[in-house]
Design a binder for this molecule. Structure first.
Ligand SMILES: NC(=O)c1ccc[n+]([C@@H]2O[C@H](COP(=O)([O-])OP(=O)(O)OC[C@H]3O[C@@H](n4cnc5c(N)ncnc54)[C@H](OP(=O)(O)O)[C@@H]3O)[C@@H](O)[C@H]2O)c1
Length: 230
């Protein structure tokens, strides 16, 4: 049976490569973008029956709700949900530089966004016989791994996202809920100096996800499958 994946933020970077990877494997892909671009349009013409693109800003509840309803109307099961869309705010190194308003705005994208998407897609996810819910977080959200500080708003948002995933794993034991660190990746966010290409990251994430089972729920992995401490 054809498997389905929903991925947020497929306009570029890791999300775009994840979409390509799953499409090549024959998955039906529901991908979200905020506005159309050539890369996604070309991908749609290569996979007209498999790629379904939805216009969603994860900070807009009405757009997320419409996504949930569109998928519900197809009566389709979603086997994998990947909350990938995210943003990096200024790299504040000092507490005094942290503006609460900036923290709230990054929180709305990196935490409330995945929360809204998960709530909207839960009914479709529950229809799968082997549902997997993946949050693309970051190693910088690990408290145990934080030895350098800085990046206050981004770190705090990713730590909160990690807790969201852990809590979901406890409330929904039937869903494999895991957190993924994609590596330091050459994207607009990661910059040119990053050692990992988006292709390497997406292939790694895809492989790790396919190997996940219920015993991995509530855990945090990198794109090579190595477990990261909370
Ligand atoms: N790159 C790294 O080194 C690295 C390291 C650790 C974790 N991560 C995480 O990996 C994920 C993907 O990052 P990336 O490197 O691929 O970043 P990226 O190239 O900056 O892409 C970010 C994606 O998120 C989307 N997005 C941003 N705000 C959104 C919103 N409000 N609603 C919907 N979509 C939104 C963007 O869409 P638009 O094109 O419309 O802006 C884009 O598709 C993020 O969660 C990031 O935190 C990345």
């Amino acid at each position: 049976m054809t498997q389905s994946v929903a991925i947020t933020g497929i306009s570029r970077g890791i999300g775009l490569e994840l979409a390509k990877t799953y499409l090549k494997q024959g998955f039906t892909v529901h991908g979200t973008i905020r506005k159309p671009n050539d890369e996604v349009t070309n991908l749609m013409s290569g996979f007209p029956d498999k790629l379904h693109v939805h216009q969603v800003d994860v900070t807009k509840p009405e757009e997320v709700k419409a996504l949930g309803e569109d998928i519900q109307n197809t009566n389709e099961a979603i086997d994998v949900v990947i909350n990938n869309a995210g943003a990096l705010s200024g790299y504040q190194t000092k507490l005094a530089d942290l503006d609460p308003a900036e923290l709230s705005s990054i929180f709305d994208i990196n935490v409330n966004g995945p929360l809204r998407i998960t709530q909207a897609l839960l009914p479709a996810l529950k229809k799968s016989s082997n549902p997997k819910l993946i949050h693309v977080s970051s190693k910088v959200g690990s408290i145990a791994d934080n030895s350098s500080g800085g990046a206050y708003a981004y770190r705090i948002s990713k730590t909160a996202l990690n807790m969201l995933s852990k809590n979901i794993s406890l409330e929904y034991p039937e869903i494999t809920s895991a957190v993924m660190h994609p590596g330091w990746v050459q994207t607009e966010m990661g910059g040119e100096k990053a050692p990992v290409t988006p292709e390497m990251s997406a292939k790694g994430i895809n492989k790790v996800i396919s190997g996940l089972s219920s015993k991995d729920s509530g855990l945090f992995f990198d794109y090579e499958g190595k477990q990261i401490p909370w």
